[in-house]
Design a protein around this ligand. Structure first.
Ligand code: FRU
Length: 442
Protein backbone atom coordinates (compact mmCIF):
# COMPACT_ATOMS: atom_id res chain seq x y z
CA UNK A 1 0.00 0.00 0.00
CA UNK A 2 1.40 3.39 -0.98
CA UNK A 3 1.72 5.90 1.85
CA UNK A 4 -0.12 9.03 0.67
CA UNK A 5 0.36 10.70 4.06
CA UNK A 6 4.14 10.80 4.15
CA UNK A 7 5.15 14.43 4.56
CA UNK A 8 8.11 15.91 2.70
CA UNK A 9 8.96 18.96 4.76
CA UNK A 10 7.36 18.19 8.11
CA UNK A 11 9.75 16.03 10.12
CA UNK A 12 8.49 12.53 10.90
CA UNK A 13 10.25 9.70 12.71
CA UNK A 14 10.85 6.53 10.70
CA UNK A 15 8.64 4.57 13.10
CA UNK A 16 6.88 4.88 16.43
CA UNK A 17 5.37 7.92 18.09
CA UNK A 18 7.07 11.31 17.98
CA UNK A 19 6.11 14.25 20.19
CA UNK A 20 7.81 17.44 21.42
CA UNK A 21 10.83 18.95 19.67
CA UNK A 22 13.73 18.97 22.16
CA UNK A 23 17.28 20.32 22.38
CA UNK A 24 17.13 22.60 19.34
CA UNK A 25 20.60 23.85 18.52
CA UNK A 26 23.30 24.44 15.93
CA UNK A 27 26.46 22.49 16.66
CA UNK A 28 29.63 21.87 14.63
CA UNK A 29 28.03 22.90 11.33
CA UNK A 30 24.70 21.13 11.76
CA UNK A 31 21.23 21.93 13.00
CA UNK A 32 20.03 19.53 15.69
CA UNK A 33 16.38 18.78 16.29
CA UNK A 34 15.97 16.16 19.01
CA UNK A 35 12.48 14.90 19.73
CA UNK A 36 10.44 12.85 22.16
CA UNK A 37 10.21 9.37 20.77
CA UNK A 38 8.58 6.03 21.45
CA UNK A 39 10.44 4.00 18.88
CA UNK A 40 8.80 0.74 19.94
CA UNK A 41 5.12 1.51 19.87
CA UNK A 42 2.39 3.95 18.85
CA UNK A 43 1.53 5.16 22.34
CA UNK A 44 3.08 7.25 25.13
CA UNK A 45 4.33 4.37 27.30
CA UNK A 46 8.02 4.92 26.51
CA UNK A 47 10.00 8.15 25.98
CA UNK A 48 13.52 8.68 24.71
CA UNK A 49 15.18 11.42 22.64
CA UNK A 50 15.51 10.74 18.91
CA UNK A 51 17.51 13.06 16.66
CA UNK A 52 17.27 14.72 13.23
CA UNK A 53 20.21 16.66 11.79
CA UNK A 54 20.60 18.94 8.78
CA UNK A 55 23.14 21.39 7.44
CA UNK A 56 20.66 23.52 5.50
CA UNK A 57 17.30 23.24 7.33
CA UNK A 58 15.84 21.61 4.22
CA UNK A 59 17.18 18.08 3.96
CA UNK A 60 17.21 16.17 7.22
CA UNK A 61 18.56 12.83 8.33
CA UNK A 62 17.08 10.87 11.19
CA UNK A 63 20.00 9.68 13.32
CA UNK A 64 18.07 7.26 15.53
CA UNK A 65 18.26 7.29 19.33
CA UNK A 66 20.22 9.91 21.26
CA UNK A 67 19.23 9.62 24.94
CA UNK A 68 17.73 6.43 26.33
CA UNK A 69 15.78 5.84 29.57
CA UNK A 70 18.54 3.55 30.80
CA UNK A 71 19.33 4.86 34.27
CA UNK A 72 17.62 4.72 37.61
CA UNK A 73 16.83 8.47 37.30
CA UNK A 74 14.91 8.22 34.04
CA UNK A 75 13.43 4.71 34.18
CA UNK A 76 10.01 5.93 33.04
CA UNK A 77 11.24 8.29 30.38
CA UNK A 78 13.74 10.86 29.19
CA UNK A 79 11.30 13.75 29.03
CA UNK A 80 11.57 17.06 27.17
CA UNK A 81 14.36 19.59 27.50
CA UNK A 82 16.74 21.89 25.71
CA UNK A 83 20.36 22.31 24.60
CA UNK A 84 23.19 24.79 24.90
CA UNK A 85 26.65 24.78 23.32
CA UNK A 86 29.51 25.70 25.68
CA UNK A 87 33.12 25.68 24.49
CA UNK A 88 32.37 23.35 21.60
CA UNK A 89 30.52 20.85 23.76
CA UNK A 90 26.84 20.15 23.40
CA UNK A 91 25.00 20.16 26.74
CA UNK A 92 21.55 18.62 26.86
CA UNK A 93 19.15 19.24 29.75
CA UNK A 94 16.16 16.96 30.15
CA UNK A 95 13.76 15.67 32.77
CA UNK A 96 14.45 12.21 34.10
CA UNK A 97 11.06 10.76 34.87
CA UNK A 98 10.46 7.76 37.06
CA UNK A 99 7.38 6.21 38.57
CA UNK A 100 8.14 3.82 41.37
CA UNK A 101 5.13 2.11 42.96
CA UNK A 102 2.90 4.68 41.25
CA UNK A 103 4.90 7.59 42.73
CA UNK A 104 6.16 10.13 40.20
CA UNK A 105 9.66 11.60 40.52
CA UNK A 106 11.13 14.27 38.24
CA UNK A 107 14.81 15.17 38.17
CA UNK A 108 16.36 17.78 35.92
CA UNK A 109 19.35 16.03 34.38
CA UNK A 110 22.22 16.81 32.03
CA UNK A 111 24.17 15.00 29.30
CA UNK A 112 27.23 16.21 27.40
CA UNK A 113 28.52 15.43 23.92
CA UNK A 114 31.76 16.32 22.18
CA UNK A 115 30.81 15.00 18.76
CA UNK A 116 27.01 15.29 18.62
CA UNK A 117 26.78 11.50 18.27
CA UNK A 118 27.45 10.08 21.71
CA UNK A 119 25.95 11.61 24.82
CA UNK A 120 27.36 11.15 28.29
CA UNK A 121 24.88 11.50 31.12
CA UNK A 122 26.43 13.31 34.09
CA UNK A 123 25.93 12.32 37.69
CA UNK A 124 24.45 15.43 39.27
CA UNK A 125 20.82 16.43 38.96
CA UNK A 126 18.32 18.97 40.33
CA UNK A 127 15.65 17.80 42.74
CA UNK A 128 12.24 19.42 42.85
CA UNK A 129 12.02 22.31 45.36
CA UNK A 130 9.64 21.88 48.30
CA UNK A 131 6.87 24.13 47.00
CA UNK A 132 6.20 22.06 43.86
CA UNK A 133 4.69 18.67 43.08
CA UNK A 134 6.67 16.18 40.97
CA UNK A 135 5.03 17.65 37.86
CA UNK A 136 8.27 19.51 37.36
CA UNK A 137 9.71 19.17 33.86
CA UNK A 138 10.97 20.50 30.51
CA UNK A 139 14.05 22.59 31.47
CA UNK A 140 14.84 25.43 29.06
CA UNK A 141 18.37 26.88 29.36
CA UNK A 142 19.90 30.10 28.14
CA UNK A 143 22.99 32.13 28.99
CA UNK A 144 23.92 35.81 29.17
CA UNK A 145 26.59 37.99 30.81
CA UNK A 146 25.23 37.00 34.25
CA UNK A 147 25.68 33.28 33.71
CA UNK A 148 23.25 30.46 32.97
CA UNK A 149 19.50 30.46 33.45
CA UNK A 150 16.96 27.64 33.52
CA UNK A 151 13.18 27.66 33.67
CA UNK A 152 11.18 24.53 34.43
CA UNK A 153 7.46 23.84 33.94
CA UNK A 154 5.83 23.28 37.33
CA UNK A 155 2.81 22.71 39.49
CA UNK A 156 2.63 24.24 42.98
CA UNK A 157 1.59 22.01 45.88
CA UNK A 158 -1.83 23.67 45.85
CA UNK A 159 -2.33 22.63 42.26
CA UNK A 160 -1.49 25.76 40.24
CA UNK A 161 0.61 25.99 37.10
CA UNK A 162 3.89 27.84 37.63
CA UNK A 163 7.35 28.25 36.14
CA UNK A 164 10.39 27.70 38.36
CA UNK A 165 13.62 29.63 37.88
CA UNK A 166 17.20 28.43 38.49
CA UNK A 167 20.60 30.06 38.03
CA UNK A 168 24.13 28.78 37.67
CA UNK A 169 27.51 30.38 37.18
CA UNK A 170 29.19 27.30 35.68
CA UNK A 171 26.27 25.38 34.13
CA UNK A 172 26.97 22.56 36.61
CA UNK A 173 25.67 23.63 39.98
CA UNK A 174 22.19 25.13 39.86
CA UNK A 175 20.42 27.20 42.53
CA UNK A 176 16.67 27.53 42.74
CA UNK A 177 15.74 31.23 42.77
CA UNK A 178 11.96 31.16 43.11
CA UNK A 179 8.93 31.36 40.87
CA UNK A 180 9.60 32.96 37.49
CA UNK A 181 5.91 33.30 36.71
CA UNK A 182 2.56 32.00 37.91
CA UNK A 183 -1.05 33.09 37.41
CA UNK A 184 -4.51 31.63 36.92
CA UNK A 185 -3.71 31.51 33.17
CA UNK A 186 -1.32 28.64 33.81
CA UNK A 187 -4.15 26.42 35.00
CA UNK A 188 -2.97 23.32 36.93
CA UNK A 189 0.42 22.79 35.26
CA UNK A 190 2.74 24.71 32.92
CA UNK A 191 4.49 22.50 30.37
CA UNK A 192 7.40 23.34 28.06
CA UNK A 193 8.21 26.95 29.03
CA UNK A 194 10.52 29.03 26.86
CA UNK A 195 11.86 32.54 27.46
CA UNK A 196 13.83 34.84 25.14
CA UNK A 197 14.37 38.41 24.07
CA UNK A 198 13.45 39.37 20.54
CA UNK A 199 13.47 42.73 18.75
CA UNK A 200 13.65 44.56 22.09
CA UNK A 201 10.81 42.60 23.71
CA UNK A 202 10.81 39.76 26.27
CA UNK A 203 8.67 36.75 25.46
CA UNK A 204 7.46 33.88 27.57
CA UNK A 205 6.06 30.78 25.83
CA UNK A 206 4.21 28.23 27.91
CA UNK A 207 1.70 25.38 27.56
CA UNK A 208 -0.94 25.71 30.30
CA UNK A 209 -2.53 22.39 31.15
CA UNK A 210 -5.73 21.57 32.96
CA UNK A 211 -5.26 18.44 35.02
CA UNK A 212 -7.74 16.37 36.88
CA UNK A 213 -6.28 16.49 40.37
CA UNK A 214 -7.92 13.21 41.41
CA UNK A 215 -6.80 11.01 38.54
CA UNK A 216 -3.71 13.20 37.89
CA UNK A 217 -4.40 13.20 34.15
CA UNK A 218 -4.40 15.79 31.36
CA UNK A 219 -7.86 17.26 30.63
CA UNK A 220 -6.84 19.90 28.12
CA UNK A 221 -3.80 21.92 27.14
CA UNK A 222 -2.65 24.46 24.55
CA UNK A 223 0.36 26.55 23.64
CA UNK A 224 0.45 30.27 24.46
CA UNK A 225 2.71 33.30 24.89
CA UNK A 226 3.05 36.64 26.65
CA UNK A 227 5.15 39.70 26.00
CA UNK A 228 6.45 41.33 29.14
CA UNK A 229 9.59 42.17 31.03
CA UNK A 230 11.99 40.53 33.42
CA UNK A 231 12.61 42.17 36.80
CA UNK A 232 14.44 40.64 39.76
CA UNK A 233 14.24 37.13 38.30
CA UNK A 234 10.50 37.33 37.70
CA UNK A 235 8.54 37.70 34.50
CA UNK A 236 5.85 40.42 34.36
CA UNK A 237 3.50 40.16 31.39
CA UNK A 238 2.33 43.32 29.67
CA UNK A 239 -0.01 41.50 27.26
CA UNK A 240 -2.82 39.07 27.86
CA UNK A 241 -2.05 35.40 27.30
CA UNK A 242 -2.45 34.59 23.60
CA UNK A 243 -2.49 31.32 21.67
CA UNK A 244 0.66 30.63 19.65
CA UNK A 245 -1.34 28.98 16.89
CA UNK A 246 -5.06 29.16 16.18
CA UNK A 247 -5.41 25.89 14.26
CA UNK A 248 -5.94 22.29 15.33
CA UNK A 249 -2.51 20.76 15.74
CA UNK A 250 0.21 22.64 17.54
CA UNK A 251 1.86 22.06 20.93
CA UNK A 252 5.10 22.19 22.92
CA UNK A 253 6.99 24.71 20.74
CA UNK A 254 10.66 25.36 21.42
CA UNK A 255 12.90 28.09 20.05
CA UNK A 256 16.63 28.75 19.65
CA UNK A 257 18.90 31.32 18.09
CA UNK A 258 20.40 30.12 14.80
CA UNK A 259 23.85 31.18 13.53
CA UNK A 260 22.22 33.90 11.40
CA UNK A 261 20.74 35.41 14.58
CA UNK A 262 17.20 34.25 13.78
CA UNK A 263 14.86 33.03 16.54
CA UNK A 264 13.65 29.73 15.03
CA UNK A 265 10.82 27.62 16.39
CA UNK A 266 9.55 24.10 15.86
CA UNK A 267 6.48 22.59 17.53
CA UNK A 268 4.86 19.20 17.82
CA UNK A 269 2.12 19.19 15.18
CA UNK A 270 -0.52 17.47 17.22
CA UNK A 271 -3.24 18.24 19.69
CA UNK A 272 -5.03 15.02 18.85
CA UNK A 273 -7.18 13.54 21.57
CA UNK A 274 -6.71 9.86 22.30
CA UNK A 275 -9.50 8.86 19.89
CA UNK A 276 -7.93 10.81 17.07
CA UNK A 277 -4.52 9.42 17.92
CA UNK A 278 -5.55 5.75 17.86
CA UNK A 279 -7.42 6.18 14.58
CA UNK A 280 -4.79 8.34 12.89
CA UNK A 281 -4.30 6.83 9.39
CA UNK A 282 -0.48 6.83 9.55
CA UNK A 283 -0.76 4.02 12.12
CA UNK A 284 -1.08 1.63 9.16
CA UNK A 285 2.44 2.66 8.22
CA UNK A 286 3.90 2.25 11.71
CA UNK A 287 4.34 5.86 12.81
CA UNK A 288 2.47 8.77 14.40
CA UNK A 289 2.83 12.57 14.26
CA UNK A 290 5.18 15.13 12.80
CA UNK A 291 6.73 18.48 13.70
CA UNK A 292 5.71 21.82 12.19
CA UNK A 293 8.01 23.38 9.63
CA UNK A 294 10.55 25.71 11.27
CA UNK A 295 9.21 29.24 11.73
CA UNK A 296 11.12 32.44 12.28
CA UNK A 297 9.76 34.60 15.10
CA UNK A 298 9.84 38.39 14.90
CA UNK A 299 8.28 41.20 16.87
CA UNK A 300 7.03 43.90 14.50
CA UNK A 301 5.14 46.98 15.76
CA UNK A 302 4.69 45.33 19.15
CA UNK A 303 3.16 42.12 17.71
CA UNK A 304 4.59 38.63 17.48
CA UNK A 305 4.89 37.32 13.93
CA UNK A 306 5.68 33.78 12.82
CA UNK A 307 7.22 33.53 9.37
CA UNK A 308 8.06 30.65 7.07
CA UNK A 309 11.82 30.51 6.52
CA UNK A 310 13.42 32.19 3.53
CA UNK A 311 14.97 28.78 2.71
CA UNK A 312 11.45 27.38 2.17
CA UNK A 313 10.17 30.41 0.23
CA UNK A 314 13.08 30.01 -2.17
CA UNK A 315 11.96 26.47 -2.91
CA UNK A 316 8.73 27.66 -4.53
CA UNK A 317 8.42 27.00 -8.25
CA UNK A 318 5.74 29.30 -9.60
CA UNK A 319 3.04 27.50 -11.60
CA UNK A 320 0.45 30.21 -12.02
CA UNK A 321 -0.13 33.78 -10.90
CA UNK A 322 -3.23 35.89 -11.58
CA UNK A 323 -5.53 38.63 -10.39
CA UNK A 324 -9.02 37.29 -9.89
CA UNK A 325 -12.01 36.81 -7.60
CA UNK A 326 -12.12 33.04 -8.07
CA UNK A 327 -9.59 30.30 -8.57
CA UNK A 328 -10.05 26.62 -9.16
CA UNK A 329 -7.53 23.85 -9.55
CA UNK A 330 -8.28 20.18 -10.02
CA UNK A 331 -4.83 18.97 -9.14
CA UNK A 332 -2.58 20.80 -6.74
CA UNK A 333 0.88 19.36 -6.30
CA UNK A 334 1.20 17.33 -3.10
CA UNK A 335 3.77 19.84 -1.82
CA UNK A 336 2.53 23.28 -2.72
CA UNK A 337 2.18 26.88 -1.59
CA UNK A 338 -0.73 29.21 -2.31
CA UNK A 339 -0.13 32.93 -1.82
CA UNK A 340 -3.03 35.38 -1.77
CA UNK A 341 -2.92 39.12 -1.21
CA UNK A 342 -5.64 41.77 -1.21
CA UNK A 343 -5.18 45.52 -1.56
CA UNK A 344 -8.59 45.89 0.09
CA UNK A 345 -9.81 43.31 2.58
CA UNK A 346 -12.57 41.11 1.16
CA UNK A 347 -15.83 41.16 3.13
CA UNK A 348 -16.14 37.46 2.44
CA UNK A 349 -13.87 34.73 1.18
CA UNK A 350 -14.21 30.97 0.85
CA UNK A 351 -11.70 28.29 0.18
CA UNK A 352 -12.38 24.58 -0.13
CA UNK A 353 -9.60 22.03 -0.34
CA UNK A 354 -9.96 18.42 -1.43
CA UNK A 355 -13.74 18.11 -1.85
CA UNK A 356 -14.49 20.10 1.31
CA UNK A 357 -12.15 18.03 3.48
CA UNK A 358 -10.57 21.26 4.69
CA UNK A 359 -12.30 24.62 4.28
CA UNK A 360 -11.60 28.20 5.23
CA UNK A 361 -14.18 30.94 5.41
CA UNK A 362 -13.83 34.64 6.14
CA UNK A 363 -16.95 36.50 7.18
CA UNK A 364 -17.92 39.06 9.83
CA UNK A 365 -14.22 39.66 10.45
CA UNK A 366 -13.63 36.08 11.48
CA UNK A 367 -11.63 33.37 9.83
CA UNK A 368 -13.12 29.91 10.28
CA UNK A 369 -11.06 26.83 9.56
CA UNK A 370 -12.93 23.52 9.28
CA UNK A 371 -11.84 19.98 8.70
CA UNK A 372 -13.63 16.67 8.54
CA UNK A 373 -12.25 14.60 11.37
CA UNK A 374 -10.81 11.21 10.42
CA UNK A 375 -11.98 9.83 13.75
CA UNK A 376 -15.64 10.86 14.21
CA UNK A 377 -16.22 12.02 10.57
CA UNK A 378 -17.74 15.25 11.91
CA UNK A 379 -16.79 18.75 10.81
CA UNK A 380 -14.67 20.48 13.47
CA UNK A 381 -13.93 24.21 13.38
CA UNK A 382 -11.44 26.74 14.73
CA UNK A 383 -12.16 30.46 14.58
CA UNK A 384 -9.85 33.45 14.81
CA UNK A 385 -10.89 37.12 14.71
CA UNK A 386 -9.19 38.99 11.83
CA UNK A 387 -10.17 42.62 11.36
CA UNK A 388 -8.84 42.89 7.84
CA UNK A 389 -7.66 40.06 5.68
CA UNK A 390 -4.69 41.33 3.70
CA UNK A 391 -2.63 38.23 3.00
CA UNK A 392 -2.87 34.49 3.27
CA UNK A 393 -0.07 32.04 2.59
CA UNK A 394 -0.82 28.34 2.78
CA UNK A 395 1.91 25.69 2.93
CA UNK A 396 0.55 22.28 2.00
CA UNK A 397 2.34 18.99 2.61
CA UNK A 398 0.97 15.46 2.06
CA UNK A 399 -0.96 15.40 5.37
CA UNK A 400 -0.03 18.70 7.07
CA UNK A 401 -0.95 22.28 6.35
CA UNK A 402 0.14 25.62 7.85
CA UNK A 403 -1.77 28.82 7.13
CA UNK A 404 0.06 32.12 7.66
CA UNK A 405 -2.47 34.95 7.98
CA UNK A 406 -1.54 38.59 7.34
CA UNK A 407 2.13 37.76 6.90
CA UNK A 408 2.40 35.67 10.04
CA UNK A 409 0.33 37.77 12.46
CA UNK A 410 -1.68 34.59 13.11
CA UNK A 411 -0.98 31.01 12.10
CA UNK A 412 -3.31 28.00 11.90
CA UNK A 413 -1.84 24.49 11.68
CA UNK A 414 -3.56 21.22 11.00
CA UNK A 415 -3.17 17.61 9.97
CA UNK A 416 -5.57 16.15 7.39
CA UNK A 417 -5.72 12.76 5.75
CA UNK A 418 -6.91 12.10 2.21
CA UNK A 419 -7.60 8.68 0.82
CA UNK A 420 -7.24 9.82 -2.78
CA UNK A 421 -4.29 11.38 -4.50
CA UNK A 422 -6.34 14.05 -6.24
CA UNK A 423 -5.97 17.42 -4.58
CA UNK A 424 -8.49 20.01 -5.70
CA UNK A 425 -8.93 23.56 -4.50
CA UNK A 426 -11.71 26.08 -5.05
CA UNK A 427 -11.34 29.70 -3.95
CA UNK A 428 -13.82 32.61 -4.07
CA UNK A 429 -13.35 36.14 -2.83
CA UNK A 430 -15.73 39.11 -2.67
CA UNK A 431 -12.84 41.35 -3.76
CA UNK A 432 -10.11 41.09 -6.31
CA UNK A 433 -7.04 39.22 -5.04
CA UNK A 434 -3.62 38.45 -6.37
CA UNK A 435 -3.11 34.74 -6.18
CA UNK A 436 -0.14 32.60 -7.04
CA UNK A 437 0.18 28.88 -6.86
CA UNK A 438 3.60 27.25 -6.61
CA UNK A 439 4.94 23.76 -6.23
CA UNK A 440 7.46 23.25 -3.50
CA UNK A 441 10.62 21.63 -4.75
CA UNK A 442 11.60 18.77 -2.47
C1 FRU B 1 4.48 17.83 26.44
C2 FRU B 1 5.00 16.79 27.42
C3 FRU B 1 6.13 17.35 28.29
C4 FRU B 1 6.89 16.11 28.67
C5 FRU B 1 6.80 15.29 27.40
C6 FRU B 1 6.77 13.80 27.62
O1 FRU B 1 3.89 17.27 25.31
O2 FRU B 1 3.95 16.29 28.22
O3 FRU B 1 5.68 18.10 29.39
O4 FRU B 1 8.21 16.37 29.02
O5 FRU B 1 5.62 15.70 26.75
O6 FRU B 1 6.81 13.15 26.38
Amino acid sequence: MENLYKNHYHLEAPRGLLNDPNGLTYFQGNYYVFHQWNRFDLNHSYKEWGLFTSNDLLSWKHQGSALLPDSEKDLSGVYSGSAIVIEDKLHLFYTGNSKINGKRRSLQCQAISEDGKTFQKINSHIETPEEFTEHHRDPKIWSDQNGYHMIVGSQTKNGHGAIAYYQSIDCKKWDYQGIFYTSEDLEQMAECPDYFELDGESLLLVCPQQRDLESDSDISSYSAYYMGCLRDNEFYPKTKIQPMDDGFDFYAPQTFLDPKGRRLMWAWMSRMNSNEEVTCPTIDFGYLHCLTMPRELRVIDGKLYQLPLQEFLERRILIESLETVSYESKELATQSVIDMTWSKSPSSFELAFFDQNVTLEYKDQELILSRISWSDKQVHTKTVPIKELKALQIFIDSSAMELFINKGEKVMSLRYFLQQEKRSCDIRSSHQMEISYSKLES
